[in-house]
Structures are given as C-alpha cells and as structure tokens.
Ligand binder design. Structure first.
Ligand code: GTP
Ligand code: MG
Length: 627
C-alpha cells in the first residue's frame, strides 16, 4: 500500500519478489544491492538459515530520487520460497504495491513455479488485492541451466494476464535491472493515475522518468556488463556502506532451524498450530526488520547532516587568506547544494556595493533573475529570514521563470545568509523535474547551515568594505595632491589676507574628543579664514586617524600660544586605550593632505612642524605671523 507522507515529502512503495525456493529471488536483490550507488541504497538485511536459504525475508531499501518533488523510497522484499515458510510469505506480501515473480526455468522445477504462482494468487485474494490488476512482472530465471523450459511454455503456464516478462540469469546480473526497471515503471504509473497531485506534468512520461531514476540509482540501465568506475558521490548515505563491489552493507542474520538439525533430511512437518505460531512470529519479525531498516536510515541521515555541519564549520573557521574569495563562496554554495540535493544553484552576494551572482555548473547565470518578474521577486525576498521552497505551480510567472530555461526546473528553495543586521547572500537552490524537494525538517537544517556559513560571508563583506575604503582613500589622496599642486602655484598675493581672530578660526573645531584652548581671545593673524580652518581641521583629522590606527579612541588637543608677535598653534594627538582591535593600516592620505596643509601655511607666510611625542602620539605646530 503506497504510503505518502506530505510533511516529510516521501512516498514509500513496497515491491515483493515472490517465487519458488531456490528460484533466485535473493540473488536478484543481492545484485541490485551490490550495483546500486552508495547514496541510493540502505543496508541489505537477510534472515537466513545456515544453508543460506531465506527463512523470513530479504529487505533492501533503495531511493529512487525525486518523483514530483517527493522522495520515492522503495522497500524491496524477497519472500522465502520453501514450502514451510508459507506464513512468512503471507506476511511479507501485506501492503504490497508491485510484484516480481521469479520463476525457476529448470525443467525439473517448473511445477514448483506453478504451485508458487497459484499460492501467490490465493494470498493476494485473501488481502482483497486483485491478482489481475496489481503491478506484476515475471522473470524466468536460470536461463543458463542445461535443461530449461522454453520461454513460450513458461509464459503460457504462468502469464495468462500477459504481464511483462524477462528471461534472466540472476547470478550474472542478466535481466535483473530490466525486471526491476519494469516493475518500478508499473508502480509509478499506478501512482500517477491514482493521485491527482502526482500526475506527471505535460511532456513527461513514466518511461522517461523510470529511465533517469534507474540511471540515478545504478549509473546504468543494464547490469550484465562490468561497471564503469563510478565517481564516489561526495556524501554517501552510509560511509560504511560506500559503493563498492564487495558488499559490506549486507547484513545476514543466520537462524538455527529444525532443518539445520536434519540437513539433507525431510522438511519439518507442517501443522496448523505451528503455522499460526509461525505466522505471528513472522509478522513480528518482519515488522521489526522494517523498523530496524527505518531506524538505520534515520541514523544514516543524521550522520550525513553531521558531516554537512562539520564542513560548514570548517569553512567558517578557515583563515580568510587561505583560499581565494571565489573558491570559498563556491564551497559555501556546495555545502548547501549537497544538503538540499538541488540540481542547480546560484548565490546572490550582497557583500559588496553591487549584488554579484555566482552560479554553479551547469548554470551560468541565475535562472530566476532572468525574467523581470523573477528579478523583482528575488528583490522582495531580501527580508526573508528562514529558508523556503516555491514550486513552479505556485504562479504562472514562477512557472515561466523556472520551466522556460535550459535546464528547466520545477522548484526553487531560497536560503538567506544573514548577519545580525543584514542580508549577506541569498542562495537559490533549483530542483529539476526528477528531484525530491527538501522536507520541512531539511529546511530547518539548511537554515542552521546558513547561519554557520554566514560567518565567512561576513568576513568577506568586511574585506570588501575595507577595499572600498581603500579605493576612497586613493581617490581623496589624488584630489588632495591636485589641490596641493594648485595651491603651490597660487601667487601669494592672491590669498585673501584680512585680520582674523584665531579664536574664531579654531572655535568650530571644538567637539567631544577635541579640546580647543585659546588663552588670549584677541590674538589675530592675517589670512583666509576658510583656508586656515581647512588646514587645522586636516591636522586634527590626522591626529584622530593616527590614534585609531593605534587602537585608541582619539583625544586631540588644540592649544594656542602667543609670543613676540608670533602665534603658535599646537595640535597634539593621543587617545584612550580601547578594546577595539587596530584596523589594518592601508595606504594613508597623510602625505598628500599634509602637503595641502603645508601649502596653505606657506601661503600665510608660516611654517608647519610635525613630530611624535611621548607615547608615540603625533603632534603638529603651526607658526603664524601675528597681525
Ligand atoms: N545457474 C544459476 N544459478 C542461479 C541463478 N540464480 C540464482 N542461482 C543460484 O541458485 C541458488 C538459490 O538462489 P537464491 O537467490 O538464494 O534463491 P531464492 O529464490 O532466494 O531461494 P529461497 O530463499 O530458498 O526462496 C543459489 O545457489 C544461487 O547462486 C541463475 O540464474 N543461474
Ligand atoms: Mg532467498
């Protein structure tokens, strides 16, 4: 019975391999397990006798990837074929969504296949399932044996409903994936027809979906050729169960049975009492098996999430200079892509003056920002606090923006990366038609990762701000140099010289952190008030910058001294120690600005002296001729 969980965005489907003893059911599952990519398979659990015959079942969880935004989880189960395990077969068949009947082609075993098929029909009817309608694929296995029934005879005997059928040699992988692909497509076809929300969008077919799903799970559509070396996917579902030709993830539970005691002897007698006992035992164990495999899946998921958080923390604590900016930002985006399993991604960076777009291959630009509506929509999302998903069906405009490009997408997740006060970046994670969309739970996880990853982005923003500051400094240095050269070429008589009260010139500089002390309020100098005030203000600023660069809160004193007709203005820097860390000192503008001050002082027939006093604080003295 299909189990759809809208909250977790999962669809669970059960496919049962049914058939006579030693027909090759376990062999089919084993091959599928061995050849499935590490990220797509869970642990393969077999409950066997010591002779490796199935006693209870084989369970193999597989993930097919996304189907209409949902993750399709397949539980493959193989029944035990031996006659005495009839109870287990009934239990395993409960809630089945699709059946692969594995018949033994050997001439001398053919009646066992027939009996098993009849038994299966009865079991389905007992569950109110119509044996003529349930998705069914027949596999005629062991075609390599010397004496096999012709396929036409097997087909005539077993397949009067004309279900799809495949010859196979399971031990060599022949026909195994073909059989599996076929049952998967039949089950998916039923899903599309039974649930309105799961209908495929126009232009997509079940056959095309199945082909990409199978390729996504196995990296191939046939298994009878040796596998191309697969790129190990970055984050395997279970690191212990990584894709390999050995099968470390195959857990076999061997159970001692009465048969083991009489190896080679007759089968244990079957009585009604032991039958019902066996049935309840089988039921409990099968449920336990399913629960264990779900718990294991949950554990695997948590492990993967932990790895993602570790990677995010690594990026957050990496020294800023270690890798270049683009590599770091790319790494940040990759963490989010892996955690969301998106098919494409871009990051809109708001750390600099203009927004920048970084796109991960195969994208070259941001698909959503291409349309006018999309660009405006992205802009609206600048206040977004937590990740969210939007699906193409939500609006015509979104559908157009997502579906019309190459590649085309069905949904987008927005993940904001924020500092305490502003948006530093917006990750846009795009999902293709065959992708599973993040569940609510996964969105919370993405939100957490985004908070960790906003650290490195904040450092980046600070660096960009510093660079912008440097650019500004270069610019003002250039203009200061230009002014200085203009002033030196100005004939002295052009400067206005009128008697100025020095107290009026310096008064406006007084503010918190700047003390102005003019003992004789009447001291006057001949000159240009605006130019002189500019010169003194520049010197005060030099002192302030100097203090800041030494990690202090600036305290500047301006003091006037009048002696023998000359007026001296002493400007002394300094500051209180502060907890601020000293900003990196970039190229400063002191030289250019000082030459402007020098020119102004020169125009007024004065001199500028500078130096450093005790505690290394800078100080300036301007000597002017009194009026
Ligand atoms: N020659 C040959 N042997 C096969 C083939 N498929 C499976 N076998 C062998 O047949 C034996 C039984 O295979 P299983 O896959 O365990 O059969 P089963 O249907 O699971 O059997 P039960 O668990 O008892 O129901 C094993 O020794 C397999 O190696 C095949 O296509 N050709
Ligand atoms: Mg078996």
């Amino acid at each position: 019975m299909v189990d759809i969980n809208h909250r977790e965005r999962t669809i669970k489907v059960k496919i049962v391999y049914y058939g006579p003893a030693v027909g090759g059911k376990t062999s089919n599952l084993k091959v599928l397990f061995e050849r499935a990519l590490g990220t797509r398979r869970g642990q393969f659990l077999s409950i066997n006798s010591r002779q490796d015959r199935t006693i209870l079942c084989d369970l193999l969880p597989l993930r097919s990837g996304g189907f209409r935004g949902y993750e399709l989880k397949l539980q493959l189960a193989a029944v035990p074929g031996q006659a005495i395990y009839a109870a287990s077969r009934r239990v395993i068949l409960k809630g089945v969504d699709g059946i692969v009947f594995v018949a033994n082609s050997a001439t001398d075993r053919w009646h066992e296949s027939q009996q098993s098929f009849q038994e299966m029909t009865g079991n389905l009817l007992a569950q109110q399932l119509d044996p003529r309608r349930i998705p069914l694929v027949l596999q005629y296995n062991k075609r390599d044996l010397p004496e096999v029934m012709p396929i036409a005879d097997l087909s005539r005997a077993l397949n009067d409903r004309r279900a799809p059928e495949f010859p196979a040699v399971a031990t060599r992988g022949e026909g195994v994936l073909e059989t599996f692909s076929c049952i998967l497509s039949l089950v998916v076809d039923v899903l599309c027809r039974s649930f309105a929300t799961l209908q495929l969008p126009p232009g997509q077919t079940v056959a095309a979906w199945t082909q990409q799903a199978v390729e996504g799970m196995f990296g191939a559509t046939r298994l009878d050729q040796p596998r191309e070396p697969v790129q190990p996917e970055a984050l395997a579902l279970d690191p212990d169960v990584a894709a390999s030709d050995e099968s470390p993830g195959h857990l076999k539970l061997q159970v001692f049975t009465a048969q083991d005691a009489l190896v080679g002897g007759a089968a244990a007698p079957e009585t009604r009492a032991t039958d019902s006992l066996a049935e309840s035992y089988a039921e409990a164990s099968a449920e336990l098996g399913l629960a264990v495999s779900e718990l294991r899946e949950e554990r695997d998921l948590l492990r993967v999430r932990l790895e993602e958080v570790q990677r995010a923390l690594e990026l957050a604590t990496e020294e800023p200079g270690q890798t270049d900016v683009e590599t770091r930002v790319r790494a940040i985006l990759q963490v989010l892509v892996r955690a969301s399993r998106a098919s494409g991604a871009t990051l809109l960076l708001y750390t600099g003056e203009a927004a920048q777009v970084l796109a991960l291959s195969p994208l070259v630009g941001d698909p959503l920002s291409r349309t006018v509506w999309g660009a405006a929509h992205v802009d609206e999302l600048r206040t977004l606090a937590e990740p969210r998903v939007e699906e193409a069906d939500a609006s015509l405009e979104l559908a157009e923006a997502l579906r019309d490009g190459m590649p085309s997408f069905e949904a987008v997740a927005f993940v904001p990366l924020r500092s305490a006060e502003r948006l530093l970046g917006l990750a846009l994670l795009y999902f293709g038609p065959y992708a599973a969309l993040p569940t609510r739970d996964r969105l919370v996880h993405l939100g957490f990762l985004a908070r960790v990853l906003s650290g490195p982005l904040e450092a980046l923003a600070a660096r960009e701000a510093a660079l912008a500051g440097d650019r500004l400094k270069v610019l003002s240095r250039a203009s200061a140099t230009a002014v200085a050269s203009l002033l030196t070429r100005l004939p002295p008589e052009l400067a206005r010289r009128q008697p100025l009260r020095i107290a009026d010139v310096l008064g406006p500089l007084r503010m918190p952190g700047i003390s102005v002390d003019v003992p004789s309020a009447t001291a006057t100098v001949p000159g240009d008030a605006a130019l002189l005030r500019f010169a003194f203000a520049s010197l005060v600023r030099q002192c302030e910058t100097d203090a800041l660069e030494r990690g202090q809160i600036p305290e500047v004193s301006v003091r006037v001294e009048e002696k023998e007709g000359a007026v001296s203005v002493h400007i002394t820097g300094g500051g209180r120690a502060s907890v601020m860390s000293a900003p990196e000192s970039g190229p400063d503008l002191s030289d250019a600005e000082l030459s402007v001050v020098q020119s102004i002082v020169g125009l007024h027939g004065g001199v500028l002296v500078s130096g450093r006093g005790e505690g290394q604080a800078v100080h300036f003295t301007v000597e002017l001729v009194g009026a």
